[in-house]
Design a protein around this ligand. Structure first.
Ligand code: PLP
Ligand code: COI
Length: 338
């Protein structure tokens, strides 16, 4: 495949195949391979009206050995089950999820970026209510589908520090709402604030807890972490996504001999962090240089604008090293596909 691998953005790009299964009469059907990137559905489908939809995001990498690796896709499968439970959709069994992901990656092998390109194959599983209802109730039919595309960094700068803006005008999620689930409604609720942040020149919006606006929640499509006194600090909140990248970084930080704290992080504590970052599958680790709170006329700065700090860099290199197979994987996080 002849693509400019080193300059890929994070955009839709047509690949050869996607894969689908339908839940009907109480059971999942066979996985079907399709080369169509459209999908006919009933105009009363609950995903269209009432947001019965959940998605996942994960990546496949080519190692230096030429082998294809997936990173912790069993965890994405488990999280999609949590999302399904949260909005009353049929659950996709872990085995079906993993089989679909593995198959669709291998079917699109020619689109997996080469080792060393800095790019990867982004995998987007989707679970949607496709049965029709006009009353607010769960559908009786669901479709699970997985499509893929090669991507570069989510934030254009890649592994370079960015600035973020604290959002006080919109909440992404409520304390007892769906913020901890990976459901489309959360992302719809985040669009105005992200656009506002972009228009003001920031990479993305940073959310505070919706109830008191005292604690850090997360940043755009990624969790937040800060580094201080050899400690990795990350918010505990019922309205943020349980990030697989963040949990992996906590394990790595511990392996470096650091302390890990998962607890509410008051906004003022930003002043004490030596380094800060946003982490997620798409964002990988995006170092943060400055967080601006325009309403309060405050700003917090970490390290220098050109280079990520030493701990952030070590975490990034170790994480990506394991994902691409350049470093040994002592945790069993990666699966090599044959
Ligand atoms: N927070 C939000 C809102 C996200 O959309 C994502 C992306 O999946 C994350 C955090 C990071 O989660 P993960 O590391 O599992 O990709
Ligand atoms: C991911 O990191 O995979 C995500 O799902 C974020 C996405 C909203 C861009």
């Amino acid at each position: 495949m002849d693509l400019d691998w080193k300059n890929l953005g994070f955009n839709i790009l047509k690949t050869d195949y996607n894969i689908r299964s339908v839940f009907r009469d109480g059971k999942w059907g066979e996985l079907e391979v399709s080369s169509e990137d459209t999908f006919p559905m009933h105009i009363g489908a609950t995903c269209l009206h009432y947001g019965q939809e959940s998605f996942e995001g994960l990546k496949a990498y080519t190692g230096a050995d030429g082998k294809i690796r997936l990173f912790r896709h069993d965890e994405n499968a488990r999280r999609m089950i949590q999302s399904a439970r949260g909005i009353l959709m049929a659950e996709v069994p872990v085995e079906l999820f993993m089989e679909a992901v593995e198959k669709v990656v291998m079917l699109n092998k020619r689109f997996i970026p080469p080792h060393g390109s800095g790019a990867s194959l982004y995998i987007r599983p989707l679970l949607i209510g496709t049965g029709p209802e006009v009353g607010v109730r769960p559908a009786s039919e669901y479709t699970f589908l997985v499509f893929v595309m090669p991507v570069g960094p989510y934030f254009k700068t890649g592994f370079k520090p960015v600035d973020m803006m604290i959002c006080r005008d919109h909440d992404r999620a409520a304390p007892q709402g769906t913020g901890h689930l990976k459901v489309g409604g959360n992302y719809a609720a985040s669009m105005c604030s992200i656009q506002d942040a972009h228009e003001k020149g920031f990479a993305t919006a940073m959310y505070l807890d919706a109830k008191e606006k005292k604690y850090i929640d997360e940043c755009g499509p990624a969790n937040f972490f800060g580094i201080r006194n050899n400690t990795y600090v990350t918010p505990k909140s019922e309205s943020i996504l349980n990030s697989i990248t963040n949990r992996s970084l906590q394990t790595l930080a511990e392996s470096f001999g650091m302390k890990v704290e998962v607890r509410p992080v008051p906004l003022e504590e930003l002043a004490d962090f030596e380094e800060a970052g946003a982490c997620g599958t798409a964002a990988v680790i995006t170092p943060i240089h400055r967080i601006v709170d325009p309403v309060k006329d405050l700003s917090y700065t970490f390290g220098n604008a050109d280079n990520p700090g030493p701990v952030t860099s070590r975490l990034y290199e170790t994480l990506v090293g394991i994902q691409t197979g350049d470093l040994e994987d002592p945790y069993g996080w990666t699966k090599i596909l044959d």
